[in-house]
Design a protein around this ligand. Structure first.
Ligand code: ZN
Ligand code: ZN
Length: 285
């Protein structure tokens, strides 16, 4: 379906295109006033280029295990197994979008609600100045957990690998655009997770805590009441000032924090989020 030349172009854009084109757009059409260079930028660039190796390796190992497991246990003709292998590409692409969206929303929701998962996801939320470079700031475990349910579905339904490649390229672009400090039309945020929509997800404003979980299309946020998208305001307060901008620290700190939570409040505290304290009128839900 995709010629090798197209594939090469998409790969080049993922590696060097969006990463550098979107920062230019951000500086031409900014949503928030932000410095040209910010602290933590180098760290996020290291994330960008190292993750291609480390989390791809984790995901590749996971897929290899899934395939072996499926071969050993599923047998011939398990329910709907491989059902996307021979359908028209439009159905396949639609299914990929839907699978990607639902798995992302669910994984993202639980990474906020379960303290054990949150300590890993917290790394992504630590950027104090949010821009497209922040897109890649992820703990490898968090990134691999986000991808796992999607990889399971894709391995099971077996759509055309070229389509998966196309979808991943699309996601790569969308991640960078969605985190970008870019001013665009307000109405877009009713349909897709545009910069303004996703920036509320990263904000520290109490009314936006645990809102806007969507990756690309945001119908699930509207369906389940987790959308927060006011017309007249834009968020201006992001991240955690005290969190390290060093990729090494960002990778071991979650383990230290998890250990400390378990030691202080017991292991079960890692699975239940404490109820928000009723100190003010603003509900944190
Ligand atoms: Zn999040
Ligand atoms: Zn984000």
């Amino acid at each position: 379906m995709l010629t090798p030349v197209t594939q090469e172009w998409l790969q080049m854009l993922s590696l060097y295109g969006w990463i550098w084109i979107i920062p230019i757009v951000e500086r031409l059409f900014p949503l928030n006033k932000q410095p040209f260079v910010r602290s933590g930028m180098i760290n996020d660039l290291i994330h960008t280029y190292h993750r291609l190796h480390l989390h791809s390796m984790l995901n590749a190992a996971f897929v290899a295990w899934l395939v072996t497991y499926a071969q050993r246990h599923a047998g011939q003709g398990a329910y709907l197994q491989g059902s996307l292998a021979n359908v028209h590409w439009t159905w396949s692409f639609f299914a990929l979008l839907l699978m990607g969206h639902i798995t992302f929303y669910v994984a993202h929701y639980y990474s906020h609600k379960i303290p054990l998962l949150w300590e890993f996801h917290r790394v992504h939320h630590s950027s104090v100045t949010l821009d497209s470079f922040s897109t890649s700031r992820f703990h490898v475990i968090d990134k691999a957990l986000f991808a796992a349910p999607y990889l399971m579905l894709v391995t099971y339904f077996q759509p055309d690998p070229a389509l998966i490649f196309l979808y991943i390229s699309f996601r790569d672009f969308w991640g960078r655009y969605g985190h970008g400090n870019i001013k665009d039309a307000h109405w877009l945020g009713y349909f897709v997770s545009n910069p303004k929509f996703h920036r509320w997800h990263h904000s520290n404003h109490p009314e936006a805590i645990d809102k806007n979980f969507s990756g690309e299309f945001n119908f699930m946020d509207y369906m389940f009441g987790t959308a927060y998208y006011p017309k007249e305001r834009i968020p201006d307060n992001f991240g955690e000032t005290g969190y390290s901008n060093n990729i090494i620290v960002q990778h071991y700190r979650p383990f230290v924090d998890i250990y400390n939570i378990a030691k202080k409040d017991g292991v079960m505290a890692l699975f239940r989020k404490p109820k928000p304290k009723q100190t003010s009128q603003t509900a944190q839900e």
